[in-house]
Structures are given as C-alpha cells and as structure tokens.
Design a protein around this ligand. Sequence first.
Ligand code: ZN
Length: 299
Amino acid sequence: MPMMALQDPPAIEISYVGGPTAVLSIGGLHFITDPTFDPAGGEYASGTVRLRKTAGPNVSRDELGHIDVALVSHDQHPDNLDHAGRALLQETPVVLTTKAGAARLGHGAIGLDAWDVHTVKTPSGLTLRITGTPARHGPAGIEKLSGDVIGFVISIADTNQDLVYVTGDTVWYEGTREVARRFHPRVVLLFAGGAMTRGPFLLTMGTNDAIETAAAFPGATIVPVHHEGWAHFTQTQQDLRKTFDTLGFADRLQLVEAGKPLRFGSLAGQSAGPSVVRTQEALNSPLVEPAAASGKGCA
Ligand SMILES: [Zn+2]
C-alpha cells in the first residue's frame, strides 16, 4: 500500500491586538485569544488586586472584522477579558473557556477541562480540533487565588497535525510539559510578561519559562503576547529577545508588532526537519501586505 501523503497544513496568520489578544486566521476561520479592547487608562479591581491598563488595542473593535471562535483562557481577570472583550463574546458564535468560566459567561459558552476536545469546520472544509490544555497561573498553591485557567491546542483533525498552542496565563510546570509530550505545534502563542500582582513571584511566563517552552517544543516558533499594555507586566519583548539570543534560541523567537501580521506558510514534507516555516519571504508575501498596509487585523 502506498503511504498516504500528508496534506500541506494551512497557513497560519497571527495579527497582534495588544495584551493577550491576537487574531489567528486558519483556513478562513478567525480565532481571537483573550479579547481585550478597552482604551488605555482604566483601573480594574480583580479580587484584592488592582490592575491598570496602560495601552489601548492596536486594532479597534470596528476594524477587527468577523470573529468565529473566541479562546478565553479565563474570564475572571480583566487583563484577559475586559469590558469591550466581554461585549465581543456576545457576537462570537463559538466561545471556549474553562468550565467555571462558561457557567459565569453563559450565552452558550462552552467549558473545557484539560484534554477535552471541541471541533470546528473552516470555510475551506478542514475540521479543526481544539484541545483544552492544563494551565497553572503562578507557583504551586496559586490555584485558590487565581481560579481556573485553560490553554488550547488547535490541530487538523483528519491528519493529527498540530498547528498552534495557545498557553493562556500559565507558568512552565508539569502540565505544560505534558502538552509538549502530546502535541507538536508549529507555533506556540506564549503568554509572557512575568506578571506580578500578589507578591514577588511570577503569575505568567517569564524569560526562564519561555526558554523552557522553546526547548520542549523544538519544532515550534515561539510568538509571545501578554507582555505590554498593563502595569503589572514586569518583562518586555526585548527581555525575551535578549534571553533567546544569549541562550542560543535566537531563531526560535518571533516578536509581534502592531499592524504587521505574521504568516506561517504551509510546508510540504512534514517529516523532514522542523515543521515550521517563518521565512522573510513568507512574512513579506502579498497575503500579508494588505492587512499590514491598512494597519488592521485580519479583517
Ligand atoms: Zn490572569
């Protein structure tokens, strides 16, 4: 029997909105991660913690265009879901989040536990499988303070090719290591920033955790978000850049930039070498230019 050739996976386009928010376009389907669209300057109470937003979105809600699926890592923190983000969920056909979050959000939001699966169809006819992944929003013991959080892996159902891992707010721990054992995505959308609100410890990935992630996902490009726009983020993209460069992971990191969507092109020959394409040619391809020129998201 001849081996069935693996289909070329679809291109993945990533448009950065700000904070934890990005639009992922795959096969004509538009996902949004942790939607936040409030303007700069807001103060938010989150339990006993106060959060201050220092930058508005790079893409306005009106410029955004249609969103098919919202991936909400958790609903209880305003830097992951703000007022305008909540309003967007009302118009989004599929909302995936934690079980506790789905109960709070209502309106048909779907709750996932780690390893639960939900499938969606793209306009191009692909079935995408979205798997919930474990997340721990800080050191051991944080769960009671932080509440539940979940991450997501998007895969092609028919071929078992993994496309994107969205970490959600988590540190590197045994749960994320297990994600690396089970999945081999081309892109990891990593929630970085070394968030600090409750004491001298990090609540999201810092530079050390980002390097652990890069080492554990050798076939993936690391695309960090959740590193600017809020006063409680302690590490920047440039901190990640310096760390990756120093430790020999320079070509594994792709920084996001407002108005410049990233495009990870499709690639033949999945079995040979890393399944990641991020050439300058892909980034500069005509598909990218219209969105980049208008300064808009995936619209
Ligand atoms: Zn959070």
